[in-house]
Design a protein around this ligand. Structure first.
Ligand SMILES: [Zn+2]
Ligand SMILES: [Zn+2]
Length: 393
């Protein structure tokens, strides 16, 4: 197919699309949790091998893989990323490709994202780049926030020194195939905090002889919630209580320990750091007042995706060339995505792809990835790739 008389438009064939759809459904049937993506990685490897990338790296920072396609001439090195992991959620759908694993399912559409990247691999294999290098990175453990970091700690990945990095995420609640992007922050900086209170148990009839954490937890929560800044503020800061627990169900014992778990989020990493510092200061002084030992554990950190202007322009131009609707987001999304660690290090962008307005939300038990997006995503990535290979970074 030819467009505007000069640009060759590569399209996935009907049989390729059928194959990719079947593969997506295979992955959906066989989901694996973060850091356990052994079989998924094997399947991806066997799909990539026949496409003859110059290099196929495996066991990257866990179960990650990278297929590398090289042109003959010098040029930019591009990286496209997808995720391998599913979630600890019980599927409630009863369609034929429902999850076969109890309590585990692809509820974020990473099965679809893998198929999209595989579709891109097919397009590249048919017409390898003349110049530059394209890395297709299949990253494990996105959902628990450790995958991107493990990728970036593996010198086999960082040694590739990408000039630009791209990723997408499907987005239920938006029209199917709509491309959503924005310059600057695209997703939020997110972190989880577990605040442990250590006191002393005592007889329930003599609580004064122990140190019960109940009041300290209550005061901590009140203090923490007061630090919030609303979403229309540039220093937006949100706190979500996740879990509170203390003591045991033993009516003769005054509780001697407790934990408060929260997530915090903001548009900018600096605001997140500042908010976390304030929280730690506040809970430490409250614990001290109550004579409790306190420990704060940080986990599940997601750095806000920072989209580079040049990368966003390419995504917009590629969408226009493919006749896809494009929308600039007024504000970032409030979820975290660990691709932010990539965009903190390399120029690039993450964008959204509408998954249908009535589709169940991400992480809902009845969610399923729309197969139509395999073609849209793969061809859009390919168009972005062609433009980015001709761009000085
Ligand atoms: Zn997710
Ligand atoms: Zn996801």
């Amino acid at each position: 197919l030819e467009k505007a008389g000069c640009i060759i438009m590569n399209r996935l064939s009907e049989s390729q699309l059928n194959e990719l759809r079947e593969f997506r459904r295979y992955l959906h049937r066989h989901p694996e949790l973060s850091e356990e993506e052994v079989e998924t990685a094997k399947q991806i490897k066997s799909q990539l091998e026949p496409l003859n990338p110059q290099h196929l790296l495996t066991d990257l920072g866990g179960h990650g893989l990278a297929a590398i396609f090289e042109g003959r001439a010098e040029g930019p090195t591009l990286l496209f990323r997808c995720e391998l992991d599913a979630l600890p959620i019980q599927e409630v759908n009863d369609f034929e490709h429902r999850s076969t694993q109890d309590g585990v399912a692809h509820k974020c559409g990473h099965d679809g994202h893998m198929s999209i990247l595989l579709g891109l691999a097919h397009l590249i294999a048919e017409a390898p780049p003349r110049h530059g290098k394209v890395i297709l990175l299949f990253q494990p453990a996105e959902e628990n926030g450790v995958g991107a970091e493990s990728m970036l700690q593996d010198t086999r990945v960082t040694g590739l020194q990408p000039d630009a990095v791209f990723a997408l995420h499907n987005l239920p609640g938006f029209p199917l195939g709509l491309v959503l992007c924005r310059e600057g922050s695209f997703t939020a900086s997110v972190e989880s905090l577990s605040i442990y209170y250590e006191g002393k148990t005592s007889h329930a009839g003599e609580p004064e002889k122990g140190t019960n954490p109940a009041l300290a937890i209550a005061q901590s929560l009140e203090g923490i919630m007061a630090l919030q800044q609303s979403i229309d503020q540039p220093d937006f800061f949100q706190v979500t209580p996740i879990q509170i627990s203390m003591g045991e169900e033993a009516y003769g014992i005054s509780a001697g320990h407790g934990v408060l778990r929260i997530t915090i989020r903001s548009w900018e990493p600096e605001v997140l750091n500042r908010g976390r510092d304030q929280i730690e200061k506040s809970v430490n002084s409250i614990a001290a007042e109550h004579g409790l030992d306190l420990r704060v554990e940080r986990s599940h950190a997601f750095s806000a995706n920072q989209n580079a202007a040049k990368a966003v322009e390419l995504i917009q131009a590629a969408s226009a060339d493919l006749g896809l609707d494009y929308m600039t987001r007024d504000e970032p999304f409030r979820w975290g995505e660990d691709f932010g660690l990539f965009t903190a290090r390399y120029p690039g962008a993450m964008f959204g792809l509408g998954a249908g307005e009535t589709r169940p939300a991400l992480h809902n038990p009845d969610y399923d990835f729309p197969d139509e997006l395999i073609q849209t995503g793969a061809e859009l990535f390919h168009e972005i790739m062609k433009k980015a290979l001709d761009t000085p970074w």
